[in-house]
Design a protein around this ligand. Structure first.
Ligand SMILES: NC(=O)c1ccc[n+]([C@@H]2O[C@H](COP(=O)([O-])OP(=O)(O)OC[C@H]3O[C@@H](n4cnc5c(N)ncnc54)[C@H](O)[C@@H]3O)[C@@H](O)[C@H]2O)c1
Length: 92
């Protein structure tokens, strides 16, 4: 992989961006941009946007869905899209 966009640079996205940059990939996200049309420039996209729990303690996917809709028109054929996530464990 030569280039990657990291969407969302919080606890996960920022260190992931740094690690990809150290490995030699061009990282769209260290060069900050709010222009989603630039997604067409990269080979892979990683979504690192929040997925908080709602009042029912279910994951609120609105950030993921909103970001996916914003990216979709600009994806090129063969792009790899990765959703960073953690399994949610129901506690008794
Ligand atoms: N924190 C962890 O330990 C951990 C571990 C594994 C996976 N995850 C998953 O990784 C994802 C991100 O978690 P996090 O802890 O980094 O969250 P975070 O809240 O620290 O960071 C999310 C970032 O995304 C930004 N953001 C929100 N909407 C955006 C949009 N439309 N476009 C661009 N940026 C946007 C926010 O401003 C914030 O900077 C979540 O889905 C979480 O489940 C988290």
């Amino acid at each position: 992989m030569k280039s990657i966009a990291i969407v969302g640079r919080g606890c996960v996205g920022l260190p992931l961006s740094l690690q990809f940059a150290r490995s030699g990939a061009a990282v769209l996200g260290l060069e900050a941009s709010t222009d989603f049309s630039r997604i067409g420039e990269v080979d892979a996209i990683t979504l690192c946007v929040p997925k908080p729990l709602n009042h029912l303690r279910e994951p609120d996917l609105s950030y993921v869905l909103e970001t996916g809709r914003a990216l979709a028109p600009f994806l090129k054929n063969g792009s790899l899209v990765v959703l960073e996530s953690i399994p949610l464990i129901s506690l008794p």
